[in-house]
Design a protein around this ligand. Structure first.
Ligand code: MSP
Length: 588
């Protein structure tokens, strides 16, 4: 029966295989966004941007949003003395603003308090119910309000002194709760979920697949999927029983469907999701509950769950009580949003926690974006070497000679020959840090080549005798910059755009297939038909200064106390952020 159902669903999936639907978790509105939240969104965004670049015919769709129901949110609103709907609106807007500032290209931003979502949850519930997967039962157990879950004894720690029990996983306190709930027959989906998890590359990185399989080696209990309305009233009512509200995780997970217009059948154009990006703390919900819920209503579970680890700050978990929560808006004031994006994707690896430190961020951004990428562009565009401000063509005989006689030129060619294939392999696995590594290696090779070729010694030769060689060196350098700019578009879209704009690379030549056109492939490939079009004027309107070095606080000029008229002119933090992010050219 299940096999037949999956076969049918596979057919439906195949009909719409040109779609690539990606989601981020929806973010709780009980507190403002921090860099950990932005990290989930930036991973999904870079993944989607790469898909669009590599597979331009695919319909890539990214959805994000906010998770607005439950006791936690009710309590947060009460503690701020703000009506709960107003509170949700405020925090949800902050997520939207941060994502806009970070140039997250989401196609939808869903809020679980929207009517379209409530309708989808009601329909999803009715389907589960009509298929016999939900029953009513008296339920008692240790309930953790902060995590919105019931926990078993083995998941708890007892503090002898106070007699309070805490969740081992989250550290939050629990309370004994007895109530009548609707239960979902999760136990019946154990084998199906295990089978799904075991499919090739279903859960990535593989470490998280193992964690799920360990959990699935024990019998799965049925789960409670409703709460009494008098306890959790800020939630969606259970259809046909307003004494109960829908469990927040069931409510939240359905957002991935409601964003596509479920239950309208058009949602199948994008279903199932190609990749769902989540943090490691919500693995059980996405790796066990979610596929079980979907199978229960007769839908295909996602093709891949991509799990990332967490950011700590100077080695410590981020928490309000430790006052170490990193606000992305503030961080962007120091490093720019592009700098922050680059740092998160360059330094974060999905399989283990990353440590955020200002010192490290500054070191990486200065050395890679300013000294390696930025410096190479400034060198190639320097008026002293490139007075006509052109992106020249290499001259065949000088190219051949440089490749033969200058070791650094050979190393640069080898590096470029491997660039697209390597970066493609890394992007396919969301290994953004390795894309950055590979690109930086090519840029280092180009900087070394520049040093070795000493173009400044070729200036002003007799009757321009040295010009062809000088042009060839600049062409090789600019080819490297162009290729790295194309490759880096998903990671630092604004900086890459500025780089490609400066080099006057037309929008039609920024695709992945354009990586094959470069000096390194000149003799090994005949596909250089459009290379002529690359001998052209640089864009005089764009600056060759790509990324300004970040200075240590101690090196910054001491700020003068603003005079009254200056004080009026000085910008607010928010305005400065806006300027920093809009000063860059927007992508098409
Ligand atoms: N609302 C749920 C998700 C429901 S999805 C149907 C939720 N929200 S959350 O706001 O708490 O977390 C959202 C995402 O941020 C999760 O992927 C979580 O792992 C991630 N992060 C929260 N703190 C983080 C770090 N310190 N570091 C990296 N990511 C972190 O869970």
């Amino acid at each position: 029966m299940l096999i037949r159902r999956i076969k049918l669903l596979k057919c439906l999936g195949a009909r719409y295989s040109s779609s690539h639907y990606v989601t981020t978790p929806i973010f709780y509105v009980n507190a403002a966004p921090h860099i950990g939240h932005l990290y989930s969104a930036v991973i999904a965004d870079a993944h989607c941007r790469y898909q669009k670049l590599r597979h331009p015919a695919t319909d890539v769709r990214l959805c994000t949003g906010t998770d607005e129901h439950g006791t936690k949110i009710q309590q947060a609103a009460a503690s701020h003395n703000v009506p709960v709907d107003q509170y949700c609106q405020q925090i949800s807007s902050r997520y939207r603003e941060v994502f806009q500032a970070a140039h997250i290209q989401n196609d939808d931003f869903i809020r679980t308090t929207e009517e379209r979502h409530k309708q989808a949850v009601a329909q999803f519930w009715r389907t589960l119910h009509s298929r016999g997967h939900i029953y009513s039962a008296a339920y008692s157990g240790w309930y953790c309000v902060s995590d919105e879950v019931f926990l078993t004894d083995s998941q708890l720690r007892l503090d002898e002194a106070s007699g309070t029990r805490y969740s081992l996983e989250s550290g939050h306190p629990v309370e004994w709760t007895e109530e009548t709930n609707y239960m979902f027959r999760l136990s019946q989906f154990q084998d199906d979920v295990r089978h799904w998890v075991k499919q090739e590359a279903r859960i990535r990185p593989a470490k998280f697949e193992k964690i799920l399989l360990d959990t699935l080696s024990e019998p799965l209990p049925d789960v409670s999927v409703s709460r009494p309305s008098n306890r959790v009233h800020w939630a969606i009512p259970v259809p046909g029983d307003d004494t109960q509200t829908v469990y927040v995780w069931l409510d939240a997970l359905v957002n991935y469907l409601s964003s596509l217009g479920y239950p309208n059948e058009k949602f199948l154009e994008h279903w199932p999701p190609a990749q769902q990006v989540i943090g490691k703390d919500i693995l059980k919900f996405h790796g066990i509950y979610w596929p079980a819920f979907l199978l229960a209503v007769g839908l295909q579970p996602p093709q891949q769950i991509y799990v990332h680890s967490h950011w700590t700050v100077d080695g410590q978990k981020m928490s309000k009580s430790k006052h170490n929560v990193v606000d992305p808006v503030q961080a962007a004031q120091q490093y720019t949003m592009e700098g922050l994006r680059y740092f998160l994707l360059r330094e974060g690896v999905a399989h283990s926690d990353g440590n955020y430190s200002q010192v490290k961020a500054q070191r990486i951004l200065n050395s890679e974006l300013a000294d390696t990428l930025g410096n190479l562009l400034s060198r190639a565009c320097a008026k002293s070497l490139n007075p006509c401000q052109v992106y020249p063509q290499p001259h065949a005989e000088h190219l051949a000679d440089l490749l033969q006689s200058v070791d650094a030129a050979k190393r640069l060619r080898d590096s470029l020959l491997q660039l697209s294939e390597r970066c493609e392999a890394h992007y396919e696995c969301n290994h953004f840090h390795l894309v950055a590594d590979t690109t930086m290696a090519a840029l280092h090779a180009a900087n070394n080549f520049f040093e070795s070729a000493k173009p400044w010694e070729l200036k002003g030769g007799k009757e321009g005798a040295n010009e062809p060689r000088l042009a060839t060196i600049i062409a090789m350098t600019m080819d490297t910059l162009r290729l790295c700019g194309i490759v880096l578009q998903p990671i630092i879209p604004q900086l890459a755009t500025r780089l490609l704009d400066k080099l006057s690379v037309p929008a039609s030549q920024r695709g992945w297939d354009c990586l094959n056109e470069n000096f390194a492939r000149r003799d090994s490939s005949s596909n250089i038909s459009s290379s002529n079009s690359r001998s052209h004027q640089l864009d005089g309107q764009s600056s060759a200064m790509l990324f300004q070095r970040i200075m240590d606080e101690k090196d910054k000029p001491v700020e003068q106390k603003p005079q009254p008229q200056q004080a009026k002119r000085s910008k607010s933090k928010k305005e400065r952020l806006k300027t920093a992010t809009t000063a860059t050219t927007t992508t098409s």
